[in-house]
Design a protein around this ligand. Structure first.
Ligand code: SF4
Length: 375
């Protein structure tokens, strides 16, 4: 089983917290779609005979694509790959783009899951984050999505925003529940370099939310969503039964995926590949038959690090037996030593063969995973 990811690096405007590469100049969209369709055909051998079970349009903002462009790309995929009949086909969307007839056209094109960048239901926070929508727009857009027959809906929420109270955050979570959302990706706000927020931060016009507030909001996410029957299946991901993201789960299970478009990554357990990030160079290189990606063959240490990176973020965790079987003695000794330290600090739970993060550990997952990396 394998997945296909299509990168659409355009955004109508830049959110104050976002450091992803994207452009608001849409003049190259048509050419990009042609290049991505060509790349799909050129790289069909990468997937080989494996069955494609998930397709994901990510960005940027893929909902800047016209429905006919989404349909054209999906037709190329169906013509060149073995796609499973109940393939999960997700499109990341900005709420502003979700209107009729676009929604119905997307559904007819094959989109059966939307991942919507909501971030908050609180008007003050939405304006602070630089989002172009308000609460009433969001509620109406989610109703329109349902009316169009797209039942599988994920939203992103951000906690730890300066000035966001626990009470206001809980109101956002509860509002999402009242709207029947089945999947939530909840992220703590990080002040990244090259963002508007970073400029404010460096000039003392923005103070990060205190750690205890951020931890309280993270704990409230876990507890509130558990009350509504959500499982916390990955550090930032919560889902009702049957609604876990199959695409993201395939990354965490180390399955093969083909990434198409500027800066898209591909992985086949032996190597990692990444495309050039500039839209202009990607299109030019595709048009002129030039190289458009770099490739790295994974060493044994890389494969071990990759296994930790993707596995430890999930509720299933990693298998100590797998590490013992797959990796050399040096790596195993290092793993056992570091694991013991983390276990004694209550960051990690070890039950039989499975190693998982404790709730305390989930909050500092990046630090834990880095400390287990073998260099
Ligand atoms: S958060 Fe999403 S919509 Fe906002 S700039 Fe980043 S990629 Fe674009």
């Amino acid at each position: 089983m394998a997945g296909i990811y299509l990168h659409i690096p355009y955004c109508r405007s830049k959110c104050h917290y976002c450091d992803f590469y994207s452009t608001s100049n849409m003049s190259s969209i048509e050419k990009l779609v042609v290049s991505e369709k060509n790349e799909l055909v050129l790289r069909k051998q990468y997937i080989g005979n494996e069955i494609v079970e998930t397709i994901y349009f990510g960005g940027g903002t893929p909902s800047v694509l016209a429905a006919i462009q989404v349909k054209d790309i999906l037709e190329v995929i169906y013509a060149n790959f073995n796609v499973v009949p109940d393939c999960e086909i997700t499109l990341e969307a900005n709420p502003e783009d979700l209107a009729e007839p676009y929604l119905s056209e997307l559904r007819l094109a094959g989109i059966n899951r939307l991942s919507i960048g909501i971030q908050s239901f609180n008007n003050e926070m939405l304006s602070y984050l630089g989002r172009g929508h308000d609460n009433s727009t969001l509620v109406n857009k989610i109703k329109a999505v349902r009316n169009a027959g797209i039942e599988n809906v994920s939203i992103d929420l951000i906690y730890g925003i300066p000035g966001l109270s626990l009470e206001n955050y809980l109101t956002s979570l509860n509002e999402a529940m009242q709207l029947g959302i089945q999947h939530i990706s909840a992220y703590s706000l990080i002040i990244e370099k090259n963002t508007f927020f970073y400029k404010l931060y460096k000039t003392n016009r923005l103070k990060e939310a205190p750690d205890d507030v951020v931890v309280a909001q993270f704990n409230a996410t876990i507890d509130t969503l558990a009350q509504y029957g959500f499982s916390h299946y990955e550090v930032s991901s919560f889902a009702l039964e049957g609604f876990m993201s199959r695409h993201n789960s395939s990354y965490w299970e180390g399955k093969k995926y083909l990434g198409v478009g500027p800066s898209a990554h591909s992985f086949d357990s032996i190597s990692r590949q990444w495309n050039v990030s500039s839209i202009k160079n990607y299109i030019l290189n595709m048009e002129n038959g030039k190289d458009y990606f770099e490739i790295e063959i994974l060493s044994e240490a890389d494969r071990y690090n990759e296994y930790l990176l993707v596995g430890l973020r999930t509720a299933k965790g990693i298998s100590a037996n797998y590490i013992a079987e797959q990796f050399n003695e040096k790596i195993n000794n290092y793993f056992a030593r570091e694991l013991q330290k983390l276990n004694s600090k209550d960051f990690i739970s070890v039950k039989d063969d499975r190693v998982t993060l404790t709730r305390k550990g989930i909050f500092v997952s990046d630090m834990i995973i880095r400390s287990l990396f073998f260099n």
